[in-house]
Design a protein around this ligand. Structure first.
Ligand SMILES: [Zn+2]
Length: 209
């Protein structure tokens, strides 16, 4: 993960479930949203818009909460298990924010790993996707971050992460390709080196072809 955005990211201020109140400057978001409304020629004081800066501030606090949370915490508790076949959690829903347009991209993640003597609670894989998704980013980087994190923390023999998402920056503006789905994948370890393992994964996700 030699990615400047990840490096620049501030250290999580607090762990656990809540977003630390001090982490995201809601006053600043409110002021900025009011500026945007003025810039497009709107009246931010009319009834329908009066609460908008505050609503947007709360929404961004939620959408970017992953900047201040450490997904590896969900992977600390592992169980020793002599299971060495593939573990796959399919179709984990997520919503993230495209860092180029600040518009959401939404879809599903398929996460698989090949354990190396330890396994993790299945819901924890979904937790990791959830936390990582709540950041401004591009889908490619999100895919790799989840894969590298799991590979590292689970000490797995292999990890595969496939994301399929629809990007509103493509569907509502620009080229307006409203049915296009972007698929990205990150293969690590055996999933990368072994063709038949990868083929097994694909048939588990997409069915025999
Ligand atoms: Zn975009």
């Amino acid at each position: 993960m030699n990615d400047p955005a990840a490096k620049a990211r501030r250290k999580p201020v607090a762990s656990g479930n809540g977003v630390p109140a001090a982490a995201i400057d809601q006053d600043r978001i409110r002021a900025a949203v009011r500026e945007i409304l003025l810039a497009v020629g709107e009246d931010p004081d009319r009834e329908g818009l009066r609460e908008t800066p505050d609503r947007v501030a709360r929404m961004y606090t939620e959408m970017f909460s992953g900047l201040y949370r450490e997904p590896r915490e969900f992977l600390r508790k592992t169980f020793t298990q002599k299971y060495d076949e593939m573990v796959l959690v399919k179709s984990i829903r997520f919503a993230s924010m495209c860092e180029h347009h600040l518009l959401p991209f939404t879809g599903k993640a398929h996460v698989a790993y090949l354990p190396n003597g330890k396994i993790v609670g299945l819901s924890k894989l979904a937790r990791v996707v959830e936390v990582v998704s709540r950041r401004p980013q591009v889908q490619e980087r999100m895919t790799e971050e989840v894969a590298d994190l799991l590979m590292h923390e689970l000490d797995a023999r292999g990890v595969a992460v496939i994301l399929e998402a629809s990007h509103t920056c493509m569907t509502i503006r620009g080229v307006r390709k409203d049915s296009s789905i972007c698929t990205t994948s990150a293969m690590r370890g055996i999933f990368k080196s072994n063709h038949s393992t990868r083929a097994e994964l694909m048939s588990l996700i997409y069915g025999a072809r």
